[in-house]
Design a protein around this ligand. Structure first.
Ligand SMILES: [Zn+2]
Ligand SMILES: [Zn+2]
Length: 217
């Protein structure tokens, strides 16, 4: 059984998730830790729980979601894993960070490629990759099929959706990703977004003003 630990890090208030089993096998998703204190908070939890991180996953590679990649890479010897279409953002992370007043430092450019329907295994658990572009090139969701939850990154939020006005953003693609990859999942599937609190497929189908079924004919 997968347990979910949430941290909220950096000035963008990004949700960093640690998924872990009783066995200690764990994955770290979107480590946004920026300050030394935030990095310590993440590492302290992992140590206290006796976890062994086996994957460093990025839903997408916007700066707020990768600020802690170098720390996690160095500490646990894990290469970041993300979709190849997101490599462009990593290459430009230092410039992008500076535009927000953030010193990004050394950025790990090596990565493990993830694609649609790839399966990520840790311990006895599995996550399935769903390719869901629209917010940023290479956006992925990580779907825990057996436990009915999805880590959605910035694709969809509680009664809202990800920005599509940034480079690589596209509303039509975003809506298609949500309708085809998220709204087709069972209604009680829990969605854990990249910012803000969790929601469910059913709730968003009913109440999301940007893509709800309510207004469609
Ligand atoms: Zn984003
Ligand atoms: Zn974000």
């Amino acid at each position: 059984m997968i347990h979910i630990k949430l941290f909220i890090f950096n000035p963008f208030q990004v949700n960093t998730y640690v998924l872990y089993e009783e066995s200690g096998a764990a994955v770290i998703i979107d480590p946004g830790c920026y300050s030394p204190g935030e990095a310590q908070e993440l590492a302290g939890f992992i140590e206290k729980q006796g976890l062994t991180p086996e994957w460093l996953l990025n839903t997408h590679t916007h700066i707020d979601h990768i600020l802690g990649n170098s720390f996690v890479h160095g500490k646990y010897d894990l290469l970041p894993a993300y979709h190849a279409d997101g490599a462009f953002f990593v290459a430009n992370a230092a410039i992008h960070g500076r535009s927000f007043g953030l010193e990004v430092g050394q950025v790990c450019k090596e990565y493990r490629r993830l694609e649609e329907q790839d399966t990520i295994r840790f311990g006895n658990s599995e996550l399935r990759c769903l390719h869901t572009p629209g917010h940023a090139d290479g956006s992925l969701c990580f779907y825990a099929v057996n436990q009915n939850f999805v880590i959605t990154g910035d694709l969809i939020f509680f009664e809202s959706i990800g920005r599509f006005d940034l480079p690589g953003g596209n509303y039509d693609l975003l809506e298609k990703s949500i309708r085809e990859k998220i709204f087709t999942l069972p209604g009680h599937t829990v969605l854990y977004p990249g910012h803000g609190h969790e929601t469910t497929v059913e709730h968003e189908r009913m109440f999301n003003p940007f893509v709800s079924d309510a207004g469609s004919v």
